[in-house]
Design a protein around this ligand. Structure first.
Ligand code: IMP
Ligand code: MG
Length: 200
């Protein structure tokens, strides 16, 4: 594979994209979707100051772009939930690694998630936050995976529905890597079956 660098943000031959099989959603498509969702947020929360909660680490790219595309006043906070580790399937075991800094009682909450797969992580998060008595909660997920075994869970706005494949980029990782890609891509399965050794 060539390691030549290119200025095109969707180049998959650059080192940070090593192991990427194909681009599923381009950076341009993501940015158009972000603008669309942001204008819906502007309408929905015209009379409120909502709290946007980024679910770390995966939602970091989406949240950063989304909040900048909104025109209303809002505040932000972060929560980190344990997820896959270095596997590609959800364990169903969810743990809070970092909690919110502030109380959310009476606030209007926007949860910003990267991807809903089995729905277990989001279900846990919703149950947990509802017990803190916010005024209401809206869930925005960039991606929803078309997973047969998914549990029914509240998702109010989905950016893109994708096939049941493991994806990386735009915040999404495999073993901590690929989050800095500006697009969503399918990883070569040989990367996570260890047939392709990862670069250090
Ligand atoms: P769930 O609990 O199965 O819904 O998984 C939710 C979390 O797992 C997401 O917030 C992601 O962090 C991670 N995840 C699910 N599918 C993928 C994927 O295809 N690539 C990378 N991370 C994923
Ligand atoms: Mg996540």
């Amino acid at each position: 594979m060539s390691i030549a660098r290119s200025s095109a943000p969707w180049d998959i031959s650059e080192p940070r994209a090593d192991g990427v099989a194909r681009i599923l959603i381009t950076g341009d498509d993501i940015q158009n979707k972000v603008a669309e969702i942001a204008s819906e947020i502007d309408l929905e929360y015209a009379d409120d100051v909502p709290l946007m909660i980024c679910v770390l680490n995966g939602a970091v790219s989406f949240m950063a772009d989304l909040m900048q595309a909104t025109k209303i006043p809002l505040t932000i906070d972060f929560m980190a939930i344990s997820s896959y580790g270095a596997s590609t399937k959800s364990s169903g075991v969810v743990r809070i690694l970092k909690d919110l800094n502030d109380e959310i009682e009476g606030r209007r909450i926007i949860i910003v998630e990267d991807i809903v797969d089995s729905g277990l992580t989001l279900q846990y998060l919703l149950d947990n936050l509802r017990r803190r008595n916010p005024k209401d909660i809206n869930v925005i997920a960039l991606l929803k995976k078309d997973t047969p075994a998914a549990i029914p869970v509240q998702v109010d706005r989905i950016g893109f529905t994708i096939p049941d494949e493991f994806v990386v980029g735009y915040g999404l990782d495999y073993a901590g890597r690929y989050r800095n890609l500006p697009y969503v891509a399918v990883l070569d399965p040989r990367v996570y079956s260890n047939e392709i050794p990862e670069n250090a």
